[in-house]
Design a protein around this ligand. Structure first.
Ligand SMILES: Cc1cc2nc3c(=O)[nH]c(=O)nc-3n(C[C@H](O)[C@H](O)[C@H](O)COP(=O)(O)OP(=O)(O)OC[C@H]3O[C@@H](n4cnc5c(N)ncnc54)[C@H](O)[C@@H]3O)c2cc1C
Length: 462
């Protein structure tokens, strides 16, 4: 019952922290109340990517003739698509079980609550509580779908992301409220398999955290695919009393009502910080998140927090990086704080979006004099051969020193391309060094080199 480190929550923050702790020689336990792998593996990153792959296969089939292939009778089998996605998630969760065993980490199933003096109570499914003791406790309890007061989720007509990836029947029509990564991924998926989809976004553009040019391009692409998009639109109420739900929306033009079988609320997340014992132990929170230092220590000695419950981008790779940093610091290794300006963000609709660093607007606001380069995939040989000419690469450099300030990509497979830019920025690569790094031909990644060349007036293929 005595551990060096107890991790609460087994998402990509928690399980990665536990593995690193075990590698560093700490006697480690992990507590999980639901399924190993957390939201990411069970209800987030992985099952959504499985759904999106099915949508992509269906789209390929529907456009097979563009590639000289004749097919007939392709049909999206909703039940089978969901079953495949759930199977992929289950397989990933089992993989974490294997990793815990391999790394000799004790898995304690139940709901944890911290107490003073490094004690952790865990209540199992039968209601029995056991007390454990740890020198260090890492909170990694993640988040859930955020609810708006005028958009209460009933799990059937008004749903959150969990239900959206596990519905029994494909809805004929769907209103998606919120156009962040989760909202547009579901909008793309359901539209691709034949549901009539409307996106409602409160701000004046979709994917509002992205560079403005990315928002414009995505809006064009999603509209071309048949999705109805309302921006600067506020949901006022939802009436679920009739056969179809009536969503009342206020826009600059007045009020309108959209009818749909299902309404998906995708307006963000709410960190799981309740009933964890934070108040009793005296752990400081602010705006619904646990307050931590650069190495994830809270104001209480021996208590740490990582992942979606602390400030920073709510992403799986961020949670994992925080877990590793936190544990290495506990061990006393020479670790550097994470650079949150060099975290890639990806959205896996079609076309995909991948970005890192400053947007053009943010770079200007930060006082940089900038050089911007852009290369459209319509000018790329690989994109033409692949039939994927939608989108572009946009890069931003500091005009004075050539510092790589940011990159914004939209197009096929760009989520696989962004890591090059993350590494380049980490190594403080300049614009000219990117231009002089010979990229393979034909690849989509050539567009990065060409975009950098465009910023310096040296672009070849435009
Ligand atoms: C639909 C969707 C798609 C997403 N897609 C992506 C993506 O493509 N890429 C990406 O980077 N991110 C994505 N995310 C975000 C990503 O899933 C989260 O950022 C990530 O899971 C956060 O990791 P975490 O370790 O902080 O917590 P979580 O993964 O949320 O795990 C927390 C775990 O703690 C457990 N827990 C909570 N309280 C207790 C307690 N008291 N006792 C015991 N256990 C407890 C929970 O059951 C859960 O298993 C997506 C999210 C959603 C919802």
């Amino acid at each position: 019952m005595n551990y060096d480190i107890i991790v609460i929550g087994s998402g990509p923050g928690g399980y990665v922290a536990a593995i690193r702790a075990s590698q560093l020689g700490f006697k480690t336990a992990i507590v999980e109340r639901e399924s190993l792998g957390g939201i990411c593996l069970n209800w987030g990153c992985i099952p959504t990517k499985a759904l999106l792959k099915s949508a992509q296969v269906f789209e390929y089939l529907n456009h097979a003739e563009d590639y000289g292939i004749k097919v007939s009778g392709g049909e999206a089998d909703f039940g089978a698509i969901i079953k495949r996605s759930r199977g992929v998630a289950e397989g990933m969760s089992k993989g974490i079980q294997f990793l815990m065993k391999k790394n000799k980490i004790d898995v304690i199933m139940g709901t944890a609550r911290i107490k003073t003096g490094g004690k952790v109570d865990v209540k199992d499914a039968e209601g029995a509580t056991k007390e454990y003791q740890a020198k260090h406790t890492i909170l990694a309890t993640g988040a859930r779908s955020r609810e708006l007061p005028n958009l209460k989720q009933d799990g059937k007509r008004v749903i959150g992301y969990r239900q959206a990836m596990n519905l029994e029947k494909q809805p004929e029509s769907l209103v998606v409220v919120g156009s962040g990564a989760i909202g547009v991924e579901f909008a793309y998926f359901y539209n691709a398999i034949g549901t009539k989809v409307t996106i409602v976004e409160y701000l004046d553009r979709i994917v509002p955290v992205e560079d403005e040019e990315i928002s414009k391009q995505l809006e064009r692409s999603l509209k071309k695919a048949g999705i109805n998009i309302l921006t600067s639109a506020e949901v006022q109420s939802v009436d679920t009393s009739g056969k179809l739900s009536k969503v009342q929306i206020k826009t600059s033009k007045g009020t309108e009502t959209i009818e749909a079988e299902t309404v998906l609320s995708a307006v963000g997340i709410a960190p799981n910080i309740e009933n964890l014992g934070l108040e009793e132990v005296g752990v400081k929170t602010e705006k619904g998140r646990v307050v931590v230092d650069d190495y994830y220590k809270t104001n209480i000695d021996g208590v740490y927090a990582i992942g979606d419950i602390v400030k920073g981008q709510a992403l799986a790779h961020v949670a994992s990086a925080e877990g590793i940093t936190c544990v290495e610091k506990i061990k006393g290794l020479d670790v550097q704080p994470i650079d949150y300006n060099n975290i890639p963000g990806c959205t896996y609709c079609s076309p995909e979006i991948a970005s890192v660093g400053f947007t053009e607007k943010a770079a200007k606001e930060a006082g940089y004099e900038i050089k911007v380069g852009k290369f459209p995939f319509s000018a790329s040989g690989k994109a033409s051969a692949a039939g994927a000419k939608d989108g572009f690469v946009k890069v931003i450099f500091d005009a004075k020193y050539g510092e790589f300030l940011g990159a914004h990509l939209i197009g096929s497979n760009v989520t696989e391309m962004i890591a090059e830019i993350v590494v380049a920025r980490k190594l403080e690569t300049t614009g000219h060094e990117i231009i002089k790094s010979v990229h393979p031909h034909p690849t989509m990644s050539e567009a990065i080199m060409e975009a950098a060349a465009d910023a310096y007036g040296e672009v070849i293929h435009l």
